[in-house]
Design a protein around this ligand. Sequence first.
Ligand code: ADP
Ligand code: TMP
Ligand code: ASP
Length: 236
Amino acid sequence: MEKRELLYTGKAKSVYTTDEADYLILVFRDDTSAFDGKRIEQLARKGRVNNAFNAFIMQKLAEAGIETHFERLLNPNEVVVKKLNMIPVECVVRNYAAGSLVRRLGVTEGLELNPPTFELFLKNDALGDPMINESHAKSFGWATEEQLARMKELSFQVNNVLKELFAAGNMLLVDFKLEFGEFHDRIILGDEFSPDGCRLWDKETRKKLDKDRFRQGLGDVVEAYEEVGHRLGITF
Ligand code: ADP
Ligand code: TMP
Ligand code: ASP
């Protein structure tokens, strides 16, 4: 497969067209951003760690019957994916309270949420990814009722699969963000699943093993991502 034009440069990945109309190449860079792009730093190895991590998770989801855009790894920093028409709405599932939920509702970090919550955020850095509801998504044409229902269903399926996977590595899947897109009239999972877009805590010590280490200046960010990977049996 041939890499053609640069379509888009995001905060952490670059997107290229290929010689096949239905496929793209995503390049995972070492850039790490927080606070909707207001803080960006380069962290050595992060691109290839997240590329390998994402490939492992996407394959686990596929094995569980959840369709994703993942096709195959090209090299340590690059992956071939199906080209999706992305829905500009981010889906967040939370099993424990953390981050913006704690700030918004004044609840204690670590409170178990039973059942897990499901939230929507508009993908718009300039506006700081504001929280929206289904009515906004429908009225502004960001997603249809059917698409929203499918994204919610798939998000909870992903939660069920990954909660168990991380539990086997003695970790709590606190929360995570997913992005979906359309591929020939189907809604499938796109973007990435890595410690950049989820929260993972050690089950006993509650040590943070995700991008909160970067957001909160805790250090050893990529080392923590690698530790998560090793606990799952990923070799980087
Ligand atoms: P951001 O846009 O948030 O800065 P990234 O740096 O991760 O994020 O850039 C990757 C971009 O590629 C995102 O805008 C994401 O929505 C988009 N994307 C991810 N997967 C696909 C796909 N399969 N098809 C089309 N676009 C995709
Ligand atoms: P939040 O607590 O900041 O709302 O984020 C919840 C989870 O979703 C957390 O794991 C980070 C992830 N997330 C992103 O990765 N990108 C985003 O734009 C948003 C809104 C959340
Ligand atoms: N993913 C968003 C960003 O990169 C939000 C965050 O991680 O704080 O800015």
